[in-house]
Ligand binder design. Structure first.
Ligand code: F6R
Length: 243
């Protein structure tokens, strides 16, 4: 595991965007696994700037997002589909046909999860998976549990995740209770993983996930077992790691 310390959020975003850009330059037809949440927004902005400057071409790139709320349609401004189009896809020259987000409107969970796993496989797997880190150690919507859920599955969101996400909704009652998410196995099959973390509120979980025990009680801790993980975090998020 490589830990790259950034000064602050802006620096973290530049460094993370640089790693994603390098992947696209080295393999123009790569598959990027993407994340939503507040942490990657700055990195997406930097990628858009590189594209606008003529330094990046996304025309051959395919993407597979980590997760989507079940029950939200694409037009809902809180859906991850909407988020990805707003922050990245509509601002670069990616072919929309090559962008993939789990279909939150598919009511048959088994069917949608199988479809998504097969889709990732048909793309040849994910080259670089971008991840944010939840305060409870979740990655995607893989919440603390007794076992690692391996494949794409439908989850019941925990109270702490509902609480953390309510800032994006009119009220806590509007936060969906279920989501589709890549499983831990799906994430671990990515050839490379890039984790972004920013802010003091992430310091404790960063230390626990990357320096503590590997346990499904802290889902991100499994990343310690992956051969190619880069964590780009700012000084505040790294303030509790053992030095
Ligand atoms: C997003 C996702 C989540 C977030 C995590 C951190 O697609 O799957 O696991 O990465 O909740 O969110 P932020 O970046 O808002 O702190």
């Amino acid at each position: 595991m490589r830990i790259i310390e950034a000064k602050d959020y802006a620096d973290m975003s530049r460094k993370a965007a640089g790693i994603i850009a390098a992947q696209v330059v080295l393999k123009p037809e790569c598959v990027l696994g993407l994340a939503t949440g507040s942490t990657p927004i700055g990195a997406y902005d930097r990628l858009v700037e590189m594209y606008e400057a003529g330094d990046l071409d996304f025309s051959g790139v395919s993407t597979a997002n980590l997760d989507e709320y079940k029950g939200l349609d694409r037009e809902n401004d809180q859906s991850y589909y909407y988020f990805m189009h707003k922050h990245l896809f509509d601002r670069i020259n990616i072919d929309p046909v090559r962008t993939n987000v789990p279909n939150g409107m598919e009511p048959d969970s088994g069917k949608e999860c199988r479809r998504y796993e097969e889709l990732i496989e048909s793309l040849g797997g994910v080259d670089l998976q971008l991840l944010g880190l939840g305060h409870n150690g979740h990655i995607g919507f893989n919440e603390p549990a007794e076992v690692f859920d391996k494949e794409t599955h439908c989850v019941d969101l925990t109270e702490s995740t509902i609480e953390a996400n309510k800032r994006f909704f009119a009220s806590v009652d509007d936060v969906p209770r279920q989501a589709y998410t890549m499983g831990i196995g799906t994430i671990m099959r990515a050839r490379k993983i890039l984790v972004v973390a920013s802010g003091e509120d992430k310091a404790e979980i960063v230390a626990k996930a990357f320096y503590g025990d590997v346990t499904p009680a802290v889902p991100a801790s499994i990343l310690q077992m992956h051969p190619d993980v880069t964590v780009v975090a700012d000084a505040a998020a790294l303030s509790k790691i053992p030095r």
